[in-house]
Write a protein of this length. Structure first.
Length: 378
């Protein structure tokens, strides 16, 4: 198939989970033999280039803010005219819709990729603003996108309107299990990260938003500051520097291409989500946790919170441990347990690698997407 993948507000290569998602999905579909044209925002590279089997189209619109993404429609139309796709896939954004619009004008089947809520959560400021406008234009727009899409894919059906769930296929994100793997472990990388010889390295990766629980992890790390066998590595966030009252360091932004070595250099991965800090998560934990999949693919025992679907991805006592949210003391206890039990840590890491390869790889994700795309294009 010729696939037009519209993710106009994402920069590829970029720093976010969204950019990684778009990069891996586009490349994964191309690896399955499809001709993929991906539309992303400008500044990630040349306006048009082919790499990894994907033709990347980097576009601009004015004003240059993602709230005005819908103004990318003429540029997306031009790409569609040249590429002549068989099917269109759009990454949902409330102020997008240019991919669905192009598909409608051209009579093409469209798949809407929903990674954030289409429905409003309780107490949503966006819903309040929408109600003040009387005719609820934002809700009408996003529900129109859902209606015009022939199918949807989402990690959690509850974030799409109830009336659209019959045409929604549940998919999860994943890890690139060929690049994230235990064999990438390197003594040189551990040394460059400042990990002491023989120490247990505990990793957090991702953005440092309040609901990701970085503050919880750092408080737990400070409680463990007397343990010379523990070292904390925090990849991501706005700045680099030494640990703030604990043994370890913040790396700041790390390019995606360098992350496989960083993850493999560590021994335990932590994803201490604090879901009470984000109202949208009242709908359910709709994130597909990229960091967890990458930890597991790299053979790390993983500590996270007991919220579905995390409880299905990381089974307590098998691939890792569950710790109550926003509880630094319990998190510190879990890290002590893993630090003190090398055989347990190794067994959990080995099981994690097997589980993510079997269930949560980008290859598996793209296989699912291909099935949906073929069904709507036939």
């Amino acid at each position: 198939m010729k696939i037009l993948y519209v993710a106009s507000d994402q920069m590829v290569p970029g720093r976010t989970g969204g950019s990684v998602h778009v990069y891996e999905v586009a490349r994964g579909l191309a690896a399955r033999g499809h001709e993929v044209h991906a539309v992303v925002t400008a500044d990630g590279g040349a306006p048009r280039e082919t790499s990894g089997g994907v033709t990347w189209h980097r576009i601009r619109w004015m004003p240059p803010h993602r709230l005005f993404r819908f103004r990318a429609a003429p540029a997306v139309e031009a790409v569609a005219r040249d590429a002549a796709p068989d099917v269109v896939m759009e990454r949902y954004y409330n102020f997008g819709g240019e991919g669905i619009a192009v598909a409608s004008r051209r009579g093409l089947p469209a798949l809407l990729e929903v990674n954030s809520p289409v429905v409003d959560h309780p107490g949503s400021l966006k819903a309040l603003l929408d109600a003040c406008l009387l005719v609820r234009p934002m809700r009408r727009h996003r529900e129109d996108l859902v209606r015009r899409a022939r199918a949807l894919v989402s990690p959690l059906p509850e974030i799409v309107p109830a009336w659209a769930r019959e045409k929604t296929v549940t998919v999860t994100w994943g890890a690139n299990v060929d690049t994230f793997q235990p064999e990438r472990r390197s003594a040189a990388v551990r040394h460059a990260l400042g990990i002491p010889e023989g120490a247990i390295a505990v990793l957090f990766s991702g953005s440092f938003r309040p609901w990701h629980g970085v503050a919880v992890l750092e408080e737990a790390a400070r409680a463990l500051s007397t343990r010379e066998d523990l070292y904390f590595v925090l990849a991501g966030g706005p700045e680099a520097g030494p640990g703030r009252g604990y043994r370890g360091r913040r790396l700041g932004h790390v390019p995606y291409g360098e992350m496989p070595e960083v993850v493999a250099a560590c021994d335990v991965g932590v994803a201490p989500y604090d879901t009470a800090r984000l109202g949208q998560l009242r709908l359910g934990f709709y994130w597909s946790p990229l960091k967890i999949f990458e930890y597991m693919a790299s053979g790390l025992a993983t500590v996270t919170v007991p919220r579905p679907p995390l409880t299905e991805i990381v089974r307590d006592g098998q691939e890792g441990l569950h710790v109550a949210e926003a509880n630094p003391s319990l998190l510190a206890d879990a890290l002590r347990r893993l630090a003190d039990d090398a055989p347990l840590r190794a067994a959990m890491g080995a099981r994690a690698r097997v589980r993510v390869v079997e269930r949560y790889s980008w290859a598996r994700h793209c296989e699912q997407l291909e099935g949906v795309l073929r069904s709507i294009a036939s």
